[in-house]
Design a protein around this ligand. Structure first.
Ligand code: CTP
Length: 401
């Protein structure tokens, strides 16, 4: 991992997480990056400019109207100098100003004046983060190609627990490295489906399954960290979009997931189908809530859903296909059989049961392809995801060589 001679402009806005950005400067410089820090006026109330100056080894700028700083390196020059702009922490106010194209201080002006890719690491109270105004600004920025890194969830400075914490410096540094495309999947477009599907019976009931979506979300994150442009198609889960994922489409049913995956697959080099797609759906969805008829059994007729992986593998020029299989027994024989039957390039199979698989935070996988297999020992889903991405990168290259 290196950032040798990379020119990074770090924007620091006003928030308690600004103290973590001191550590971030060190982490970036450790990998050889040149870092220049620009602070907003309110950021200086949390951390002194002298701290960033000492850590970056460069003068820190705050104001657009600092004549001597402008003489040394004008703001337009600084905007051109930057290869990346990372705003960490990005406060709710700064995100709003970026979304609306304000240029009323040095940092917002630089973001407008620079052609460098912009990354923001939001940090705020969970209630603020969840506010529709903030979410709308985030969506505006994402549509413009701004990379939103985090936030993470956990305990907050204000004592609340929830989503809104700034990502840790290490994660921000990794995302920065990946953004320069030095990763194993650099330049590749990866499409990931994750989570369960819900097949509606009537307006209040559905048939679902116990997939948590965590394995797919971990894979999406690992692929993004490896330099891929990642699109995530998510079934009904309550998980935040992982770091570095460029686009997320939320769906509910297998039919919606099928349509969303097929629409995005034309633009993908690799499709990873981690979603636990319902194989069947109620043949008819009642428009009104079904009423209990005491004393009588209820029969539900189910219609078969299309198989997403099989639909893709039937298309000419389809992406490299990675399937998942959850089995309660005979994991390997079923994995081999599914690899052939669905026309896959690779399949990751796992055993589900008590304490492992679906709702657990860790997992163990057997990865199988034509001519080989590897067993990945039980580990957290994020560790497994990174291992799987490494195998995937190798298999993809071997297949396309
Ligand atoms: N899958 C899919 N479309 C479906 C069903 C499954 O793309 N309609 C994908 C899943 O995303 C996953 C793999 O197929 O990658 C899982 O296969 P699974 O459902 O376990 O296999 P089935 O063919 O349904 O076999 P079985 O139910 O016998 O286990």
């Amino acid at each position: 991992m290196t950032l040798a001679q990379r020119r990074i402009l770090l924007g620091v806005s006003g928030g308690i997480a600004a103290y973590k950005s001191c550590e971030l400067v060190r982490r970036l410089r450790e990998l050889g990056a040149e870092v220049r820090v620009v602070m907003t006026e309110s950021a200086t109330r949390f951390v002194g400019a002298a701290t960033f100056q000492a850590l970056s080894g460069q003068p820190v700028r705050v104001s657009l109207w600092d004549a001597s700083a402008e003489a040394a390196m004008g703001h337009i020059e600084l905007a051109r100098w930057a290869e990346r702009i990372l705003v960490a922490p990005a406060s709710a106010d700064l995100l709003a100003r970026l979304a609306h194209g304000h240029a009323d201080d040095l940092l917002s002006t630089l973001c407008l004046a620079s052609a460098a890719p912009l990354q923001v690491a939001p940090a705020m109270n969970r209630q603020m983060w969840a506010h529709p105004a903030v979410q709308a600004n985030i969506q505006t920025l994402q549509r413009r190609g701004v990379q939103v890194l985090g936030p993470a969830s956990g305990e907050q400075a204000c004592g609340d627990v929830g989503s809104g914490r700034m990502l840790e410096p290490q994660a921000l540094r990794d995302a920065m490295v990946a953004s320069f495309g030095d990763g194993m999947l650099a330049g590749l477009r990866v499409l990931v489906s994750a989570g369960p599907t819900y097949e509606d019976i009537d307006p209040v009931r559905f048939i679902g399954n116990r997939s948590s979506g965590r394995m797919g979300f971990a894979l999406a994150e690992a692929a993004a960290l490896a330099g891929a442009s990642v699109t995530l198609i998510a079934g009904p889960v309550s998980l935040p979009t992982p770091t570095g994922v460029l686009a997320r489409v939320d769906v509910r049913s297998a039919a919606q997931m099928h349509a969303a995956v097929l629409a995005a697959a034309a633009e993908a080099d690799i499709y990873i189908g981690t979603a636990a797609v319902g194989d069947y759906r109620p043949a008819e969805v009642a428009t009104r809530k079904l009423k209990k008829k005491a004393g009588a059994d209820l029969f539900l007729q189910l219609a078969e859903n299309p198989d997403i992986l099989a639909s893709l593998s039937a298309q000419a020029g389809h992406p490299f296909l990675v399937g998942f299989a959850a089995e309660t027994h005979d994991v390997l024989p079923y994995a081999h059989e599914k690899l052939q039957r669905k026309g896959l390039d690779m399949i990751a199979a796992n055993q589900v049961g008590e304490g492992i698989g679906f709702e657990a935070s860790d997992n163990a996988l057997s990865v199988v392809w034509n001519g080989g297999s590897i067993d990945l020992a039980r580990a957290s889903k994020s560790v497994l995801a990174r291992q799987l991405v490494a195998i995937l990168a190798e298999r993809y290259r071997a297949a396309r060589a």
